[in-house]
Design a protein around this ligand. Structure first.
Ligand code: SF4
Ligand code: SF4
Length: 234
């Protein structure tokens, strides 16, 4: 059977990890909004339990307790699909128009998709967007890649120091590593311990001890990135 190959995050893949904002902080932001329309996300924010049906319903109740009117809610399958969101929110025009603000419980991509299609409407971020997540066991998510634009992970036995070292040490470890642990968070292994162990297994440990990393092309990570192309048909 032929495996499905994709270079995007569609299907089974990494997630955009989000974190709920403090409710008190949201209330301050929404202080002058008597009515709110809420948009969640049926994809990453549902898996992360920050913006799925459950959390949107919970937020509805909490806002109502504070005397606010919730004019409507929606949890699209994927909130960062601009054309889909446009179509879905058009059908909700009355409820959206009736609200002083639209609270979006999705990642920054989803929030901006909603803002783009609701020109002139006040859009409020309900979540903080934190990292692109590798998923481990149920309820475990890890930041392994910071989408730097110039992947050099092959120089490090497949363990990324750009992301997994708090200092991004490409020629590590730093002087603070202690007993194989990281000086910034002693609960965590120093990423260089992980790199070294992997290289030792592959018989390359001497190499990593004595070599300097190739200069990294940081300019390849200049933002904002975009891909605009004619998709192949058939
Ligand atoms: S080197 Fe860059 S692209 Fe490669 S894993 Fe690390 S952060 Fe991600
Ligand atoms: S101890 Fe290791 S992981 Fe921690 S900052 Fe230093 S090099 Fe990076």
């Amino acid at each position: 059977m032929r495996a499905r190959a994709t270079s995007t995050c569609e299907g089974v893949r990494a997630l955009i990890a989000t974190r709920s904002k403090e409710f008190e902080e949201l209330l301050k932001t929404l202080a002058d909004a008597g009515s709110v329309y809420i948009v969640g996300c049926g994809d990453c924010a549902t898996v992360l339990q920050t913006g799925g049906e459950y959390e949107v319903n919970e937020m509805t109740g909490k806002l109502q307790e504070q005397g606010k009117t919730v004019t409507g809610t929606i949890v699209p399958d994927v909130t960062c699909q601009i054309l889909d969101i446009k179509r879905l929110l058009r059908k909700q025009a009355d409820a959206v128009d009736a609200a002083d603000a639209v609270l979006v419980m999705a990642c920054g991509c989803g929030i901006q998709a909603v803002a783009e299609v609701l020109e002139g409407k006040r859009v409020v971020a309900g979540l903080d967007t934190v990292f692109a997540a590798d998923k481990g066991r149920a309820g475990e998510f890890y930041e392994y890649c910071s989408l730097c634009g110039d992947c050099v992970v092959d120089q490090y036995a497949g363990v990324c120091p750009v992301t997994r070292c708090p200092k991004g040490q490409l020629n590590g470890p730093c002087g603070g590593t202690d007993g194989g642990k990281c000086e910034v968070d002693s609960e965590k292994d120093c990423v260089w311990t992980l790199i070294y162990k992997r290289m030792e297994t592959a018989g390359d440990a001497d190499d990593v001890k004595h070599r300097l990393a190739n200069a990294k092309k940081w300019e390849k990570g200049t933002k904002p990135h975009s891909y605009v192309f004619e998709p192949r048909r058939g």
